[in-house]
Design a binder for this molecule. Structure first.
Ligand SMILES: Cc1ncc(COP(=O)(O)O)c(C=O)c1O
Length: 380
């Protein structure tokens, strides 16, 4: 099959370097659970997981059991934690593939215990306390009882205690500090229970960068490993975290090629709904990618791309399989030319964070959205 002209270039070397930056900054005694859920934020779970394992991460984090099974099928044998918890009908698969899960409720504890007893095996669990995310986990009030329940079970092995922050990327640190203090109270309960727990973890990328007190002995970075940042205001903290060393580098670049250029008269309507019409004679380039590839339609008439080392505006509504670019001011642009949706070309860069902001979303969503139809080309 021929190589598609639209593709995502994944720089595994950059991913590895980002991981090394994290490991260096954390120093010995603080491990890394590399979050590779959602196909490693669109970068490809298997190659990223394999690279992460080679770089010596302690754990891998997936969102759902099925993602853990895929990692196992590819030969990844490192500890894998299902961050999104499991349903009772998934407990057997958990055991069969040696996956660990966050433990959030008594009901789940019962189901896991029963499945483990039946299989004559143990299941690794990370008891999760909800300190303010309002999502998964025992409330601080229910946490001691959940701990007690697990402590009684011979089949459930407590590998970790965890929580998750909701606002660690925000300027105001008050809420994160409240979550930190609630987690510390939960850890006092663990201490009192006498349970010997190998891993304590709470920090996503933003918390890891901004709040060293959240590191404990394991951190759970995702986005930063892929070289993206959630908010501009984290930048000074990144500087401090990396202390003048290497900088985090974007891992994914999204590229395509011009399939056709037409010269259209002034007033020509462009794309469905004619939301843009050329005010002058215009050279309009068509690119073979669209919202079916994960390029959000609300970027229509807002985004820019890189052509011949400079920026050119996207015009008209984004279609399922195509977008239009006004290359009137890039007279040297030719059919077949490389175009960068986000990434670097010559001296110019379009960051995924910019595209996400234009699309009124977060870089997480823009990266995860890059569709299955877009081949990933891996650079070592
Ligand atoms: C439980 C949990 N931990 C860690 C992460 C990683 O977060 P980030 O990508 O912001 O580093 C996520 C991602 O959403 C998560 O759900």
């Amino acid at each position: 099959m021929p190589q598609r002209a639209t593709y995502a270039e994944i720089n595994l070397g950059a991913f590895r370097r980002n991981l090394r930056i994290v490991k260096n900054a954390l120093g010995p005694g603080v491990g890394v659970l590399a979050v590779v859920k959602a196909d490693a934020y669109g970068h490809g779970a298997i190659p990223c997981a394999q690279a992460a394992v080679e770089e010596g991460v302690d754990w891998l984090g997936v969102g759902i059991v099925q993602e853990g099974i895929e990692l196992r099928a590819s030969g990844v044998s490192s500890p894998v934690l299902v961050l999104g918890s499991v349903f009772p009908n998934e407990t057997e698969a958990l055991i069969q593939h040696g996956l660990s899960t966050v433990l959030t409720t008594q009901t789940l504890a019962d189901a896991l215990d029963k499945a483990a007893t039946k299989a004559g095996k143990t299941i690794g669990v990370h008891v999760k306390v909800d300190t303010g995310m309002g999502r998964l986990g025992a409330t601080p009030e229910n946490f001691p009882a959940l701990l007690e329940r697990v402590a009684k079970s011979k089949n459930l092995v407590v590998q970790g205690i965890s929580t998750h922050f909701s606002c660690a990327d925000e300027d105001d640190s008050e809420y994160t500090r409240l979550q930190i203090s609630r987690f510390n109270e939960a850890l006092e309960q663990v201490e009192k229970s006498g349970l010997d727990v190998p891993y304590i973890h709470s920090a996503n990328s933003a918390a890891m960068i901004k709040y060293p007190e959240t590191w404990h002995n394991l951190t759970r970075p995702g986005l930063i490993l892929y070289g993206a940042l959630l908010s501009e205001s984290l930048k000074p903290f990144v500087e401090k975290f990396t202390e003048g060393g290497d900088r985090f580098q974007p891992v994914m670049q999204w590229k395509s090629r011009i399939i056709q250029i037409n010269t259209l008269p002034p007033g020509a309507g462009l794309s469905y709904g004619k939301t843009h019409s050329a005010g002058r004679e215009s050279r309009i380039a068509t690119l073979p990618l669209g919202y079916a590839d994960g390029l959000a339609r609300n970027l229509s008439n807002k985004m820019q791309v890189l052509i011949r080392g400079g920026k050119a505006p996207q015009v008209g509504n984004i279609c399922m399989d195509m977008i239009l670019i006004d290359v009137t001011d890039v007279p040297e642009a030719l059919e077949g030319d490389e175009v960068v949706i986000f990434g670097k070309q010559g001296e110019e860069t379009i960051r995924v964070e910019e595209v996400a902001a234009q699309s009124e979303t977060l870089p997480y969503e823009t990266l995860c959205a890059v569709g299955k139809r877009v081949p990933r080309i891996y650079l070592p």
